[in-house]
Design a protein around this ligand. Structure first.
Ligand SMILES: Nc1ncnc2c1ncn2[C@@H]1O[C@H](COP(=O)(O)OP(=O)(O)OP(=O)(O)O)[C@@H](O)[C@H]1O
Ligand SMILES: [Mg+2]
Length: 426
């Protein structure tokens, strides 16, 4: 591997008699390695922690803590545990060799040192280490891709279920709604008939008295009042069911019509105007807008996403906190991040937040549809929502969207460059 000069790999050579290793150090440096030297175990531990060498070449026999103990301590410290250690030893009996491996060494070279052999072993272990870290990175990427696939699969099947439920509920809601209208007319007619009887009976006091008694016994006046209240409550209830059905439909399929170029900052600002009252007693809103191009999208739907995220952020804040809105643009993708200094979430909550009807809010407060609807909308824009949350610290929702969902070369959202807020919460 050809390394540019500034990326030379660093070897820490540990030996109590530097004169012994002068030739070795020169030889390693001639072979494009950067060499650090430590004269005892303590110094080796400290330099390893500070300088993070790529490999340690460690003498076994040293005054103070010997090489084996130094190696054990390197392996116990998480900041140095990954650094491979090669021992330099004069002892080649089986017990000594086993002790070296037991202490955490990856290899050993025997004294007197053969410098060409040392270099060969160093290069082998550096290459192994490089491969190991490359594998780790790839493993992590694979794991992320796998998690994303599983999540997408799960959401797709929940989407189908939601669409089915919405369809099934829609029909009965339709006829119950229409029957309610008819019922109201019938009730009005019946009351009209009662009134007419009453008026007609004025001429016959005996009949009038019977009608009055019957009316009192049946509490007709109370029923007349209560019927109106019952009707209007039932209509409210129906309206809520209709909204839920609409949300389920939105979650499972949104007509992709209505796509056009939009300024997302304007969308966020207008959404902030709408939810301003809900937020202002809970949080100070900090806007850190970057540069955004016009994005091809269904703007009202994205505004719904921003609204859900902003309201959730405000709900997560108990007293007074901060909601930060940041935006940015990288190549074919834009991102909008809404973070809060609220309660944060438990890992098992985090697993489920995009499921329809999943809510941790008290009954009657949240329906648990906000994020599932948002998920559906963003997905149909070809984007994705990332969440990072720390219990007690807050949450960060990042919506990634392709600038033009129709363009086939936008690539996968996973190819996104990290944005500056990747990592710890503010
Ligand atoms: N910013 C946040 N901080 C902490 N928890 C959150 C945050 N956003 C969402 N959650 C959690 O995710 C759950 C689901 O959110 P979602 O918006 O889907 O439903 P909801 O807010 O409970 O109800 P609604 O349907 O009214 O939006 C919430 O109940 C809450 O537990
Ligand atoms: Mg919500």
């Amino acid at each position: 591997m050809n390394q540019p000069a500034q990326q030379k790999q660093t070897i820490l050579v540990v030996d109590d008699t530097p004169a012994n290793i002068g030739v070795l150090v020169d030889f390693l440096e001639e072979n494009q390695l950067r060499v650090l030297v430590a004269q005892d175990g303590e110094e080796a531990l400290e330099r390893s922690r500070l300088m993070q060498p790529d490999l340690v070449l460690l003498d076994v026999m040293m005054p103070g803590i010997d090489g084996l103990e130094t190696c054990r301590r390197l392996k116990q410290d998480s900041s140095t545990a990954q650094i491979p250690v090669i021992f330099m030893t004069a002892l080649t009996d089986s017990d000594s060799v086993v002790a070296a491996f037991d202490a955490g060494g990856v290899d050993y070279v025997t004294k007197p040192i053969q410098i060409a052999e040392v270099l060969a072993r160093i290069q082998t272990h550096l290459a192994l280490r490089a491969m190991h870290s490359q594998l780790e990175v790839q493993n992590r990427l694979l794991q992320q891709a796998n998690d994303r696939l599983l999540q997408a699969e799960k959401m797709a099947s929940i989407g189908q279920l939601a669409a089915g439920v919405a369809h099934e509920i829609n029909n009965p809601i339709g006829f119950v709604n229409s029957n309610m209208g008819t019922l109201q007319t019938y009730v009005a007619t019946l009351f009209g008939v009662i009134d007419t009887y009453e008026q007609a009976a004025v001429a016959a006091p005996e009949v009038a008295a019977r009608i009055a008694a019957l009316k009192a016994a049946a509490e007709v006046d109370f029923i007349r009042e209560d019927v109106d209240a019952l009707m209007s409550e039932s209509r409210d209830g129906l309206l809520r069911v209709k909204e839920i059905v609409q949300s389920l439909k939105d979650f499972s399929h949104v007509e992709s019509s209505g796509f056009g170029p939009a300024d997302l900052h304007r969308g966020i600002d207008s959404t902030l105007n709408i939810v301003g009252n809900e937020i202002k007693y809970k949080a100070q809103v900090v806007k850190q807008y970057g540069d955004l191009p016009m994005v091809m999208c269904a703007a009202p739907q994205l505004n719904q996403v921003f609204m859900n995220l902003l309201i959730n952020a405000a709900h997560a804040i108990a007293v007074m906190g901060v909601i930060t809105i940041r935006t940015g643009w990288a190549g074919q993708w834009v991102w909008i991040e809404i973070s809060d200094t609220g309660s944060g979430m438990q890992p098992d909550t985090l697993q489920r937040i995009f499921e329809p009807f999943y809510t941790t809010k008290p009954v009657g407060t949240g329906t648990g549809l906000g994020l599932s609807v948002s998920y559906g909308i963003v997905k149909r824009h070809g984007g994705r929502i990332d969440v990072h949350s720390e219990l007690g610290k807050g949450s960060r929702f990042t919506v990634h969207l392709p600038v033009d969902p129709g363009a086939r070369d936008a690539g996968m959202p996973s190819a996104l460059p990290a944005h500056p807020a990747e990592g710890a919460l503010p």
